[in-house]
Design a protein around this ligand. Structure first.
Ligand code: COA
Length: 374
């Protein structure tokens, strides 16, 4: 079977970031104003008072300390509590396409490729800015790439599912060198007025180049040894935003048109599902646990990753074996495991093996076994 490699990675990180302290201050100011404005209804039992958020809780429950965002001011203004992004004309690049191009250029540089070498673009992410035309086709045009492009969405597992799709496409001959971009403006689907989840997400864009090992000239390539993707329906992470909202007479302010989750249930159900997926996958490929040098896991919750790492390796992983980036980036949906891979892979030696794994809404989970080749 033709060997396919990931030959380049790129990360575009927004300039602005928000610490837990800043986020909690804004939320608590909003909650105090809400409670004071609704004092009478609250005292009569018609409305429930909002409880305050805490920095200590956020760090202890998730491991998150800070997050990068596309707009800090709007999110931190207690009268606004969401990012404010430019409304652009149809002649200007869309925001997702613009950040994708920035990440893509870094990935192309690291793979030693130009636009002429690429013949397909996949935008794989949780939230697309519009219904059509596809963001991918816009990225293709901005970069001057020939061939074809399409968008896909498998929520937090979009990147790993795109890796599987791209590797299969290269093997079957439908493309030679594929650019995958994962633009994630998670602050756009987050309710910053909801104490249970206001701290969870951040914004970023990652990019990957996939090609045949024969054409790769990068000095940091990883062979895709095997891929395994699974899905299992669950309502525990859900967002009802969609093209029928108007027809169904939803108000744009309806809470269910933003990210919602039963965090505890997700934690309890996804940890065993993902541990089993990785364990079965490496067993099927006859790889010994002792030969797994690195786990680049989805970045949602530090304790979740600690559980999965321990189950897979049969012992607590060392920090360098399972790098976390969520303390600085928070949950960046499909981009999280790719940031960890991009930042913590160059030091690996030839023939060393690692597993890149995503998990999230759907439920969906993707396990990619990688072997360093250059
Ligand atoms: N500040 C202070 N207290 C808070 C709080 C906040 N910001 N948010 C919630 N709490 C309170 C809750 O009200 C609850 O209080 P109670 O015990 O009096 O009822 C308590 O803290 C525990 O809340 P809970 O939601 O059960 O916390 P948790 O330990 O499960 O942590 C998550 C919450 C979201 C961090 C955690 O469940 C998680 O990460 N789950 C996995 C999510 C995931 O991977 N999702 C994929 C998304 S793409």
């Amino acid at each position: 079977m033709e060997q396919i490699v990931i030959s380049g990675t790129g990360v575009f990180t927004p300039e602005e970031s928000i610490t837990n302290k800043e986020l909690v201050k804004a939320y608590n100011s909003y909650a105090e104003t809400y409670n004071s404005n609704n004092k009478v209804d609250i005292s009569r039992g018609n409305k429930i008072a909002l409880e305050l958020s805490s920095e200590e809780f956020i760090y202890k429950a998730s491991g998150i300390k800070s997050r990068y965002v596309m707009d800090k001011k709007g999110i931190l203004d207690p009268d606004i509590m969401h990012p404010i992004l430019d409304k652009r004309s149809n002649d200007e690049p869309s925001i997702l396409a613009e950040m994708s191009v920035k990440a893509a250029k870094k990935a192309m540089d690291s793979a030693g490729k130009t636009s002429n070498d690429i013949d397909a673009v996949i935008t794989a992410c949780s939230n697309l800015e519009r219904a059509y035309p596809a963001i991918s086709i816009e990225v293709q045009q901005l970069l001057g790439v020939s061939g074809f492009a399409f968008d896909m969405n498998v929520a937090c597992s979009s990147a790993t599912f795109a890796i599987q799709a791209a590797a299969d496409m290269i093997r079957s001959g439908s493309a030679k060198t594929i650019l995958i971009v994962n633009p994630e403006i998670c602050s756009g689907h987050l309710d910053f007025k909801d104490r249970d989840c206001h701290f969870i997400f951040g914004d970023v864009c990652t990019a990957l180049i996939l090609e045949s090992k024969e054409t790769a000239k990068s000095n940091n390539s990883f062979e895709i040894v095997s891929t395994k993707c699974i899905t299992q329906f669950s309502n525990n992470i859900r967002n009802n935003f969609g093209f029928l909202n108007n027809a169904k007479k939803s108000s744009p302010l309806d809470r269910d048109l933003l990210f919602m989750q039963e965090g505890r249930k997700v934690f309890k159900e996804v940890v065993p599902m993902v541990s089993q997926l990785i364990t079965d996958h490496i067993e099927k490929e006859k790889i010994k646990t002792a030969d797994i040098k690195r786990l680049w896991l989805h970045q949602a919750n530090k304790s979740m990753n600690d559980f999965i790492g321990k189950k897979v390796l049969g012992r607590a992983p060392e920090d360098h074996e399972q790098p976390n980036i969520l303390q600085d980036y928070a949950n960046t949906s499909s981009a999280g495991s790719i940031i960890a891979f991009s930042l913590y892979s160059e030091d690996m030696k030839n023939d060393e093996i690692g597993v890149l794994c995503s998990f999230g809404a759907g439920y969906s989970a993707g396990s990619i076994i990688l072997k360093k080749t250059s």
